[in-house]
Design a protein around this ligand. Structure first.
Ligand SMILES: CC(=O)N[C@H]1[C@@H](OP(=O)(O)OP(=O)(O)OC[C@H]2O[C@@H](n3ccc(=O)[nH]c3=O)[C@H](O)[C@@H]2O)O[C@H](CO)[C@@H](O)[C@@H]1O
Ligand SMILES: C=C(OP(=O)(O)O)C(=O)O
Length: 425
């Protein structure tokens, strides 16, 4: 869907308080995990995002009935799986959809799921998802861009991931929860979004030990019951607002925060000279009257500095005098923001996954987001300029930021856009 561009007039500080939304990347797997129960599940803290609409379309195809029972609360019910397949048209829109493979396989013993579509910034393989399921006893064939997975008995045994993968860990857990097997996953992801899905599944009666460590032990159970669960706050969205406050030399308070999930971001902003104060569920970022310092950043799996905040941080550093080096080995091609920042006067040299950034004063320009976090980076850059920046590609922002222009306005940003009316039913 093509949406009207954002028009942002920057050059003035932000102020006030913004409540972080609940986590997109935790909500999506929790929604998918509800497929493992035939009973009703109520989820709170589901952000109203286009990615949520996409996953609900796919769930509808699989046999899930859903109803919004509050602004951010969703009731899901999958009495039975009506279709064992996730076709390309539904999976290609969003890579996270691929984890329905494990869930359908667990519930029915057979699943056909299309290979996830190529992402805006480069290749994102699923070899570890497939290796894990095969090692645990599933038969998987690949034909015409589809994976066909079958199991004749419950998954069982041990698999050690060759690298840390959030989605691969989600998929292997989902495939192992039901049945009479015992699965051990080694070198599993300790990402907050994996821990959240495990806590949700355990609340429904699953037996998964080791959440937040690299070794997970999943003892299969015969069925999951229904229940209610609240998804964690969105650390990436919160981090985006923190970086925005630093870039505009402002003081902003964030509520609905898990400060422990944002340690790497808080530490980097403090290294730059920003005052970051943490309380139980709030963070206050104060960069007023500060001369920020350049820093070097290398992305890592959680709890390291997240790749999902790399473009935003690069935009901030593009305005900070001195030389910063930003490296993103997690997604070496995640660089679509760079050419657009160049249009705004940024001095960024790219070599492989390394950006060498010389801070400069940016100016307004028409720019285009090619993916979600690149769009956020362009907003951050626009807020530092005096003129009006027109940002196209708004549909990507609606994948991950709830009511964004309204919330930016709440912080004093001069932003114009026809608000997106998402079809959320
Ligand atoms: C919807 C969602 O939650 N998306 C997040 C999730 O994506 P996603 O779950 O796709 O990311 P992964 O953690 O799987 O990817 C991490 C690294 O492992 C590699 N890899 C992954 C799987 C595999 O089978 N083979 C392989 O080589 C990837 O190319 C990447 O270099 O975690 C990423 C890393 O924190 C975030 O950027 C995404 O926002
Ligand atoms: C990259 C992201 O999402 P996805 O993995 O769905 O592309 C993201 O949330 O930044």
């Amino acid at each position: 869907m093509q949406l009207t561009p954002l028009h942002i007039k920057g050059g003035r500080p932000l102020s006030g308080t913004v409540a972080a939304q609940h986590s997109k990347n935790a909500a999506l797997p929790v929604i998918v995990a509800s497929l493992l129960s035939s009973e009703k599940v109520t989820l709170h803290g589901i952000p109203r995002l286009s990615d949520v609409v996409t996953i609900l379309d796919l769930m509808h195809h699989l046999g899930t009935q859903h109803v919004w029972v509050g602004e951010n609360s969703l009731e899901l019910h999958t009495p039975e799986i009506l279709h064992n397949d996730a076709p390309y048209a539904l999976v290609s829109k969003m890579r996270a959809s691929f984890i329905v493979l494990g869930a359908i396989l667990a519930r029915t013993g057979q699943a056909t799921v299309s290979m996830p579509g190529g992402c805006a910034w480069g290749p994102r393989p699923v070899d570890q998802h497939v290796k894990a399921l095969r090692a645990l006893g599933a038969e998987i064939t690949e034909d015409g861009g589809n994976f066909d997975a079958r199991r004749t008995q419950a998954l069982n045994g041990t698999f050690a991931f060759e690298l840390l993968t959030v989605g691969g860990t989600h998929n292997a857990i989902l495939a192992s929860v039901l049945g009479d097997g015992v699965v051990t996953l080694e070198n599993a992801s300790i990402d907050t979004d994996v821990v959240d899905m495990i806590e949700f599944l355990n609340a429904l009666g699953a037996d998964i030990q080791g959440a937040g460590t690299n070794t997970l032990v999943i003892r299969g159970v015969s069925a999951l019951r229904g229940g209610a669960y609240t998804v964690i706050p969105d650390r990436i969205e919160a981090g985006t607002f923190m970086i925005m406050a630093a870039a505009t030399r402002s003081r902003v308070q964030l509520t609905n925060i898990r400060p422990d999930h944002l340690q790497a971001v808080s530490a980097k902003l403090r290294d730059m000279g920003v005052d970051v104060q943490e309380h139980d569920t709030t963070i206050t970022v104060d960069a007023r009257n500060r001369e920020l310092q350049p820093v070097n950043i290398t992305t890592q799996s959680y709890p390291g500095f997240p790749t999902d905040l790399q473009p935003q941080m690069s935009a901030l550093l593009a305005t900070v005098p001195g030389t910063s080096v930003v490296q993103d080995p997690v997604y070496p091609d995640r660089l679509t923001h760079v050419a657009e920042l160049h249009r705004m006067g940024a001095n960024i040299t790219v070599s492989g996954y390394t950006q060498v950034i010389q801070g400069a004063k940016l100016h307004a320009a028409p720019v285009k987001a090619a993916d979600l976090r690149a769009g956020a980076a362009l907003i951050i850059a626009a807020l530092t300029t005096e003129g009006e920046t027109v940002i196209d590609g708004v549909q990507y922002l609606n994948r991950g930021y709830e009511r964004l222009s309204e919330r930016l306005r709440g912080l004093g940003v001069d932003v114009q856009q026809s608000e997106l009316a998402l079809a959320m039913d």
